[in-house]
Design a protein around this ligand. Structure first.
Ligand code: UD1
Length: 339
């Protein structure tokens, strides 16, 4: 199968590529490296001992996208590319709408031009109305609480409308819960620019000594220990969900949506303890006020992915922490050249 992968150099894209290359797919990656590094793709090639084409280009450039696709003639697209920082999305809403929504429309247009009718789209659990009871099923009401989340919610609707208007098309929308972890090799992983916003990259830098202490955002939530609880999913499990989704869309038409999580919620302090146990490093922390916009708990009902995709997460919290630590210790400066 010929698969066009937007944002393939990113955290989830790179891990998915390694697994996709094992299926003998013919791949073209389209990425502008705005929040990623070409080094990730070099490492993917080395890990998979396999080659693929790379086009450096912007999702908002219709000519670049159309010409890459016309040369490649994909059977399917996996669409990862997009901006993803919740805080930044409040400051630069138009950038987020332009890149995420504009880029997705440009992509669907380019697909139409080459007759490509299959797409797997990276959505997020952040599209759900956080006030609805959990675990969230795919039918839980949507009401994203951030500009970033709204871009995902709107793109989902656009893909549904495109699919309804495109005979023979098939789309899988994957709603990721909290992706964490790294490849078992320690060669690829999450490489946030600057001080991380997300819990696990932050914890791992505290364990490593490059940040002093973790600030725990609130301890008065209705959870086991009062700290926020999330459904953390290992990026390797997330990658295999894309392979399962790709298989699924080759045997159906229409648009199907899936929660991709483990179905288990872990609190901030439980995660911190797991990280300490796995690394043997103490992680200093301080309880501070709740972060604006945070909710008590998000957790997935994953029965649809199990039933329809035949996919189920395999990795537990300890495995997530171990793989992050392996990545962190082997690449203290991420993909930057080591000096
Ligand atoms: C965040 C995004 C979400 C995105 C997801 C990707 C927000 C509001 N939401 O989700 O849209 O899809 O990342 O993984 O940014 N925490 C601390 N101290 C820290 C960092 C986090 O206590 O320094 C806590 C948070 O309060 C939360 C938990 O850790 O309870 C997880 O936080 P985080 O990793 O940022 O993910 P989310 O907020 O769930």
């Amino acid at each position: 199968m010929r698969v066009f992968v937007t944002g393939g150099a990113g955290f989830i894209g790179s891990h998915t590529l390694v697994q996709l290359l094992r299926t003998n797919a013919d791949i073209m990656v389209f990425d502008n490296y705005s929040n990623s590094s070409p080094e990730a793709l070099k490492r993917v090639k080395r890990l998979a001992q396999s080659d693929f084409s790379i086009v450096e280009g912007d999702m908002c450039d219709p000519r670049a996208l159309a010409s890459a696709m016309q040369g490649f003639k994909p059977d399917a697209v996996i669409h990862f590319a997009g901006l993803k920082a919740v805080g930044e999305s409040a400051e630069k809403p138009l950038d987020y709408y332009r890149t995420n929504i504009g880029g997705s429309i440009t992509l669907l247009d380019a697909m139409d031009k080459v007759g490509c009718k299959r797409i797997v789209f990276s959505s997020s659990a952040t599209v759900y109305d956080p006030n609805k009871p959990f675990p969230f099923t795919e039918d839980t009401a949507l009401c994203a609480a951030s500009t970033y989340g709204r871009t995902k919610q709107f793109i989902e609707e656009i893909i549904r409308d495109w699919s309804a208007a495109t005979p023979g098309s098939s789309a899988a929308i994957l709603r990721y819960f909290n992706p964490v972890g790294a490849h078992a090799s320690g060669d690829i992983g999450e490489d946030p620019v600057g001080i991380p916003n997300n819990l696990l990259p932050y914890i791992s830098r505290v364990a490593h000594g490059s940040l002093q202490e973790l600030q725990v955002f609130g301890n008065e939530y209705a959870t086991a220990d009062g700290t926020g609880a999330r459904d953390y999913i290992h990026v390797e499990d997330l990658a295999s969900a894309h392979i399962a989704a790709l298989e699924h869309i080759t045997s159906m038409t229409g648009c199907d949506t899936f929660n991709i999580g483990t179905g288990t919620a872990t609190t901030v302090l439980e995660m911190l303890r797991a990280f300490e146990k796995v690394t043997g490093k103490p992680i200093p922390y301080r309880i501070v006020g709740a972060r604006a916009g945070d909710v008590s708990t998000t957790v997935a009902n994953v029965s649809k992915a199990e039933r329809v995709l035949g996919w189920k997460a395999k990795y537990d919290i300890d495995a997530m922490c171990r793989s992050i630590w392996n990545w962190q210790t082997r690449n203290p400066r991420g993909y930057e050249p080591r000096g």
